[in-house]
Design a protein around this ligand. Structure first.
Ligand code: FES
Length: 104
């Protein structure tokens, strides 16, 4: 699917996302170095925090308790927050706007 990534300055870019990868990998590998993803996708750092477009949020697989707990450590959490390393790329993301959360 084609997704729209919004960086921390509010600039939008259209990005081709291949199924089978995670949202974190796609954003990071598209050159957004502000998505730190320090733990490399192990769900232990919370530096891959993004906000999902509200109308897409419920289409994603539910978050685990670990992800939920980690997100609680961010002061920028909102009801559409996810850790992008825990979000698989599937067709449901077609056209979805994904905003990289501000750094804590
Ligand atoms: Fe560390 Fe997602 S990359 S929690």
């Amino acid at each position: 699917p084609q997704i729209i990534v919004v960086n921390q300055s509010g600039e939008e870019s259209s990005v081709e996302a291949n199924e089978g990868r995670t949202l974190m990998e796609v954003i990071r590998d598209s050159g957004f170095d502000e998505l730190l993803a320090l733990c490399g996708g192990c769900c232990s750092c919370a530096t891959c925090h993004v906000h999902i477009a509200p109308e897409y949020f419920d289409k994603l697989p539910k978050m685990t308790e670990d992800e939920n707990d980690l997100l609680d450590s961010s002061e920028h959490r909102n009801e559409y927050s996810r850790l992008s390393c825990q979000v698989p790329i599937t067709g449901v993301l077609e056209g979805c706007k994904i905003t990289i959360a501000q750094e804590d």
